[in-house]
Write a protein that binds this ligand. Sequence first.
Ligand code: NAD
Ligand code: UDP
Length: 331
Amino acid sequence: MNILVTGGAGYIGSHTCVALLEAGHSVIVADNLCNSKADTLDKVKRITNKEITFYEIDVTDEAAVDRVFSNHHLDGVIHFAGLKAVGESVEKPIAYYYNNIVSTLVVVKICQEYNVKRFVFSSSATVYGDNTVPFVETMNLLPTTNPYGETKAIGERILTDIAKANPAFSISLLRYFNPVGAHESGLIGEAPNGIPNNLMPYISQVAKGKLKKLRVFGNDYSTVDGTGVRDFIHVVDLAEGHVAALDNITEGVHIYNLGTGQGTSVIELVKAFEEANGIEVPYEIVDRRPGDIASCYADASKAKRELGWTAKHDVKSMCRDSWRFEKNYKE
Ligand code: NAD
Ligand code: UDP
């Protein structure tokens, strides 16, 4: 298939380009590089020994997106493009609502105009809010605590309404849990701008000596050791989940959790990183971070049942691959 990957130069997008190319698909990327670099796509080409067509465009620009669709006979779209920093979304709600909602509307509108029926949307486990774990796709969604999370919940609702009005559409809403890790080549991975917000890149940068110590946000949650519990998923597994979703897509809207189904606490992840890589990660316990929930992990059985997809990598390989990428990475 010819697949348009919006946001394909980003962290999850670049790994998904690798998985798509390795599965024999052709890949067209549309990315404005607001949070990524073009050379990531050169690395994807090196890993796969295959070509990618790249458009440096903003996917909120309808005319630019239209040009891409008119240049290629597309079979499907994976829509990753979006802003994703939770804290920044509180400071800049207009930028987040505008970019994340308008991009989704523009891309799906052009899909409809060109009769491109397969659409895969990057959603997030954040839409579950403070439900009881494990999170199941049938749960009612609870309010999220920030504009970023709202853009995902709204994006899901928009796409659900569009699929109802146009039954030919096949839409998958993929709710990612906590993507970590990197491609085993060490060439592509997560390289956040500035000080990382997320746990794994923070741990890796402490290990590298770039940051002094990890601040563990709270050890008084009702979890195994009091620290937050998350469902970390290797980005390569996540990428393969997208290929499975595209292959299996059927008419209507389908929601899938992409997680491992296993919870790991912050301290457990620190220890796993230290053991996997033989390197110490100094940390201190500080106050809870506002907006955090105690536990977040998936019931991942629906994706297994319907897509035949399960996550294969364990926490140790997530830690090893994250560190390999960080060690090699030059700004
Ligand atoms: P990322 O920032 O690495 O990738 C997003 C890409 O989209 C970047 O390359 C950026 O330049 C591009 N982009 C943003 N706005 C654009 C626009 N208007 N036009 C064109 N390109 C644009 O982020 P990621 O971690 O790879 O996340 C991909 C998607 O998955 C996002 O929608 C994100 O919200 C979602 N998601 C991520 C996580 C996570 O923890 N990483 C968890 C759940 C959901
Ligand atoms: N966390 C932490 N220190 C950090 C970053 C994160 O203790 O510097 C904790 C956070 O409180 C949460 C878990 O790690 O319990 C995962 O946070 P992250 O921001 O990576 O992802 P989230 O689950 O919030 O999307």
